[in-house]
Design a protein around this ligand. Structure first.
Ligand code: ZN
Length: 258
C-alpha cells in the first residue's frame, strides 16, 4: 500500500498522528501532495519531518515561501501566515541548514507521474490543468467543460489536494464524499477507469470533520481508502493563539474542520 497525504500546513500534531497511523499499517511508501507549510504554527518541524517521509511535490503555499511576489493572490490572513512562515524557516540552525530548507522547498517538483500495474498515476497539488493553482471543488461536477478538460489530461488516476475537501471525481460528472461510502470508506476502481481523487488535508480539513485526512492506495492501484485520524486539535490551536503572526481564526477553524 501507498499512503498519500496533502496539505499539512505546519500542523505538526496532525502530521505526527497521521504518520503514526500510517506506520501502524506497516505502510512504507508515503507521497505528499504539497502545502507542507502555511497557516499553522510549526513550519520548521513539518518541513523536517516531511523531508524524511518520502516523495513530496510542491503546493502553492510552499512556492509562496520563496516567490514573494506570488503572495498577491492570497487573502490577508494567508499572506500574513506566509510572511511569518518565511521568517520561521530562516531561524534556527546554521546558515547552511537554513539555505538547505529553502532549497528543499524550491526543488520540489510540481507534478509526478508514475504507474502501478499499468495503471497510470498522476500526482499534483491542485489540478492537472494548473498543478499549483487550480481548485477542483465538488460543485465543479456541474461545470462540464472544466471537468472534461481535466479528464482529457488524465490517463488513469489523478491524486490532488489543495481544496482540503476529500472525495472522488469521476468522468460521468459525479463527486462522492467519503461519508457516502460504506463503513470502511473504500472506493473500488473499475479497470481503465479514470478518476480524480482528492486525498483531503492532514492539517486543515475543510469538510466539517476536524480529524486529519489521508488516503491509502492498494498495491494494484484498484482501490483507495479514505482514512481519518484524531489528533490533539487543541494543542495546535493553542500554538496558533500564542503566535502573534498567525490569526486566531486559523486555530478556531481546526476545531470544526472548516
Ligand atoms: Zn492547502
Amino acid at each position: 500500500m501507498i499512503a498519500i497525504i496533502s496539505d499539512t500546513h505546519s500542523n505538526l500534531a496532525a502530521l505526527e498522528a497521521v504518520i503514526e497511523d500510517i506506520r501502524s499499517r506497516h505502510i512504507e511508501r508515503v507521497l505528499c501532495l504539497g502545502d507542507v507549510v502555511g497557516y499553522g504554527p510549526q513550519p520548521r518541524e513539518c518541513v523536517a519531518l516531511t523531508r524524511k517521509l518520502g516523495f513530496t511535490i510542491m503546493g502553492n503555499h510552499d512556492e509562496a515561501i520563496f516567490h514573494s511576489h506570488k503572495t498577491e493572490q492570497f487573502n490577508l490572513r494567508a499572506e500574513m501566515a506566509i510572511e511569518w512562515t518565511r521568517e520561521q524557516l530562516s531561524k534556527q540552525g546554521t546558515e547552511d541548514e537554513v539555505a538547505e530548507r529553502f532549497d528543499y522547498l524550491r526543488s520540489l517538483p510540481v507534478s509526478e507521474e508514475r504507474a502501478i500495474d499499468s495503471v497510470p498515476l498522476l500526482f499534483v497539488h491542485g489540478s492537472p490543468r494548473k498543478p499549483l493553482r487550480e481548485y477542483i471543488f465538488p460543485r465543479d461536477v456541474q461545470n462540464q467543460e472544466k471537468m472534461r478538460e481535466i479528464f482529457s489530461l488524465i490517463r488513469g488516476l489523478c491524486f490532488v489536494g489543495h481544496s482540503h475537501v476529500p472525495g472522488i471525481y469521476t468522468e460521468d460528472l459525479a463527486y462522492t464524499h467519503p461519508s457516502e461510502l460504506e463503513l470502511l470508506k473504500i472506493y473500488h476502481f473499475e479497470e481503465k477507469q479514470k478518476a480524480v481523487v482528492n486525498v483531503g488535508s492532514v492539517g486543515q480539513p475543510r469538510d466539517n470533520d476536524p480529524r486529519a485526512c489521508y488516503v491509502t492506495l492498494t498495491d494494484e492501484a484498484d482501490a483507495v481508502v479514505f482514512r481519518r485520524v484524531r489528533y490533539d486539535v487543541e494543542k495546535t490551536r493553542k500554538l496558533i493563539y500564542d503566535t502573534p503572526g498567525l490569526d486566531n481564526s486559523l486555530g478556531d477553524r481546526l476545531l470544526e474542520g472548516r
